[in-house]
Design a protein around this ligand. Structure first.
Ligand SMILES: Nc1ncnc2c1ncn2[C@@H]1O[C@H](COP(=O)(O)OP(=O)(O)O)[C@@H](O)[C@H]1O
Ligand SMILES: [Mg+2]
Length: 302
């Protein structure tokens, strides 16, 4: 059965798209899974990491991105969207990695999101504006073991379309004060979404990204995040001031590594191994352990 995992954070630049791509490539390349990537961010970073800017242009003009999907939902006279034609097959830039498909995003999603938000505003009790992506993905979901949804850095209507598809979510974060500040807010918003939509999803935890061993602040921040969970669990239920348990810190911290940044570069080459693409050695092992942990927990809890 397919398991869908959303990558969310209200902040940009914390490694959401990079981690989504890395997990997909490792799920496919190391664990032989079939993965559908769904890029929901108008910045299209995940899309360009996988297929480059030129191919994206072609898709965009031929109505094969999520922009066309949402346009069709908004206006039945819009050009037809065909999900089978839109999905790009075997998109990993590495020749040795097969089994990753992509539903691309579009820079034009910024305007479209506003129109979808207005639609929801007009019909506040309808689940239709939230279910556009879900209705489209349903027909292809059985082809995959995992669907990974890279969300924009907000909790707008497009992210909520992603949450509607997701069984679980991860929150990538850099372990510093500013990056972790909004985490309780994310949890609150996801809880509010679940309440309103009737669709609940499992918090798989925080993915620590761009971790620098030599930076004191990084270590103390991770400690603080871990302690928050321990402290919450030690409280008697009647003493809990919030109902949300702070998210677990996934115990494999992704280092700040040039190779990981380089993997996002579409021109970085198609030969070579997956391990080498992600820095080899310890860096790659951490990414593999992290991905395995996410896969296992997603399957246990969903
Ligand atoms: N572990 C890492 N080590 C070094 N650079 C990273 C790492 N993760 C992400 N980056 C870089 O940080 C920048 C932001 O990452 P990105 O995945 O685009 O973040 P987001 O999707 O949250 O906006 C990119 O330039 C990316 O290459
Ligand atoms: Mg991104």
């Amino acid at each position: 059965m397919v398991t869908a995992i959303a990558t969310i954070n209200l902040k940009g630049g914390v490694g959401k798209s990079t981690m989504t791509a890395a997990m997909a490539e490792i799920m496919a390349g190391s664990f032989g899974k079939r993965v559908l990537l769904v890029d929901l961010d108008p910045q299209t970073n995940l899309t360009t990491m996988m297929i480059g800017g030129e191919r994206w242009q072609e898709l965009n003009t031929s109505h094969r991105t999520i922009k066309a999907l949402f346009e069709q939902a908004l206006d039945s006279r819009a050009p037809a969207f065909d999900i089978d034609r839109a999905i790009q097959r075997d998109v990993s830039p590495l020749r040795s990695v097969t089994g990753i498909d992509l539903l691309a995003s579009s820079l034009d999603m910024i305007e479209i999101s506003e129109e979808v938000a207005a639609w929801q505003f007009d019909e506040p009790d309808s689940l239709e504006p939230l279910s556009v992506l879900k209705n489209a993905v349903e027909s292809v979901a059985h082809h995959y073991d995992y669907i990974l949804l890279d969300c924009p850095p907000n909790m707008g209507i497009v992210t909520r379309n992603g949450l509607m598809v997701a069984d679980a979510y991860v929150i990538p974060t850099i372990p510093d004060v500013l990056s972790t500040y909004g985490i309780p807010q994310i949890q609150k918003r996801v809880a509010a979404f679940a309440e309103k939509s009737g669709h609940s999803l499992k918090a798989l935890g925080l993915i620590i990204t761009k971790y620098r061993k030599s930076t004191n602040l990084h270590r103390t921040t991770i400690q603080r995040l871990q302690n928050a969970v321990l402290d919450f669990d030690a409280l008697r239920p009647e003493d809990r001031s919030t109902t949300e348990r702070p998210p677990n810190v996934i115990p494999f911290w992704v280092p700040d590594a040039i190779a990981i940044a380089g993997a996002a570069d579409y021109g970085s080459g198609s030969s070579g191994t997956l391990a080498k693409r992600y820095g080899g050695g310890e860096v790659f092992e951490t990414l593999e352990d992290l991905t395995e942990h996410v896969m296992m927990n997603a399957k246990i809890y969903t």
